[in-house]
Design a protein around this ligand. Structure first.
Ligand SMILES: Cc1cc2nc3c(=O)[nH]c(=O)nc-3n(C[C@H](O)[C@H](O)[C@H](O)COP(=O)(O)OP(=O)(O)OC[C@H]3O[C@@H](n4cnc5c(N)ncnc54)[C@H](O)[C@@H]3O)c2cc1C
Length: 356
């Protein structure tokens, strides 16, 4: 039986664990944090469905539909309610052409997916993670709160170190950020792995605010607005009208809005939740002028979470893959083969199935 270790329990790592276990491998999945999901994380709070990370997947995605089918949760997929979007120029909201908003947000969406919108799960993206976790429970040794601290090659075979324990395996799949993979792989694979540490990433902070619906005069008849470059203040880049974009995201009578920030300087390290919530309130007030303050706020921080896919990064990944070829070590996920849930999952399936 092939012994497999998977490092990272985001959607990519958790899926690799499933795909390999179904082939009959003996799989151990290590996740650093207390829960699986990585950048997929939904809070269900008082009737609000609050996405902390990704809110949905590109509607054109085949990989998410296929996984949902395998997990028996295809019927839980919901579509976007509208495709209209706005831009805020500092004074007014203007309607945008289809597809322009996604490009504006900096989420690198494949050309074929632009303007087609997203799909999601009825009570948030964590539904996919929970269903996957349930399946894994019986066929994979899942270890949460278990950061892999070292990955070495001993007698040509991979060994992972977690806490005081070591596990010798035949294959290791690293599905973390590029930075974390670089730290783990550099001791055994030298320069090509070390270089990966300089991969560019973008940080994000999101703030969901719940307003009484009647306090906002605007029809909120769209997915939200992006902020034009000259009008961006305090890192505020965009706002999703969550309750207009996706069904059943808040109790009746509420508008749930989500502000997206690109933090700069030491904002990420120094601003507390209340300060981010005030920034979101100010940004939303400028565009929508609500008559009352929001009743609830939820803040999520994502330091260095979004990989930037440029020619340099692709070359770095190719060099690393050449260096690890034949070692039993593989990399997969959004950090290596294409950002977004669709990119992460497509990478997971391809790497899991072709790494024989
Ligand atoms: C705010 C935000 C909004 C987004 N919106 C969208 C969207 O609407 N649509 C979309 O398609 N994509 C979106 N994305 C991107 C998408 O969520 C990610 O591309 C995708 O979820 C990445 O999955 P992954 O498994 O490759 O990586 P991750 O989810 O980053 O998982 C990596 C995992 O590895 C773990 N780990 C790290 N080091 C170790 C270690 N040493 N040992 C063990 N475990 C370790 C981490 O804890 C983490 O759980 C968004 C991202 C953010 C941050």
């Amino acid at each position: 039986m092939t012994r497999v270790a998977v490092v990272g329990g985001g959607i990519a790592g958790a899926s690799i664990a499933l795909f390999r276990a179904r082939r009959g491998d003996d799989v151990t999945l290590f996740e650093a944090s207390p829960v699986l999901g990585g950048q997929l994380s939904t809070l269900l709070d008082g009737g609000f469905v609050v996405e902390q990370g990704a809110e949905g997947f590109v509607a054109a995605s085949e990989s998410v539909g296929a996984l949902a089918g395998e997990l028996g949760i295809e019927a839980r997929i919901v579509g976007q309610l509208t495709t209209k979007s706005y831009a805020f120029d500092g004074t007014k909201l203007h309607a945008l052409a289809r597809g322009e908003a996604a490009q504006f947000l900096g989420f690198q969406v494949p050309q074929r997916a632009l303007g087609q919108g997203i799909r999601a799960f009825a009570t948030g993206m964590s539904e996919l993670v929970e269903s996957l976790s349930q399946k894994l429970r019986t066929i994979v040794d899942v270890r949460v709160s278990s950061p892999v601290k070292e990955l070495t090659l001993r007698g040509g075979a991979p060994v992972v170190a977690v806490g005081d324990a070591e596990l010798a395996v035949d294959r290791v799949f690293v599905a973390t950020s590029a930075q974390r993979a670089s730290e783990l792989l550099a001791p055994s694979f030298g320069a090509p792995a070390a270089e990966l540490g300089s991969a560019r990433t973008v940080s994000s902070v999101t703030v969901s605010l719940a307003y009484e619906r009647g306090s906002i005069e605007h029809a909120l008849d769209g997915t939200g607005f992006v902020v034009a470059e000259g009008a961006q203040r305090e890192g505020f880049r965009a706002c999703t009208f969550t309750t207009s974009k996706l069904p059943a995201r808040a109790p009746d009578g509420y508008a749930l809005l989500r502000a997206f920030f690109r933090p700069s300087g030491d904002d990420l390290a120094t601003l507390d939740d209340a300060a981010w919530a005030r920034r979101a309130e100010r940004g939303i007030a400028a565009a929508l002028a609500p008559r009352t303050a929001p009743e609830r706020a939820w803040v999520a921080r994502w330091p260095a979470a979004l990989p930037v896919f440029d020619a340099e990064h692709r070359a770095r990944v190719a060099a690393l893959e050449a260096a690890i070829a034949g070692s039993g070590v593989f990399v997969a996920g959004a950090a290596f083969h294409g950002s977004g849930i669709d990119g992460a999952l497509a990478s997971a399936r391809r790497v899991a199935e072709h790494s024989v």
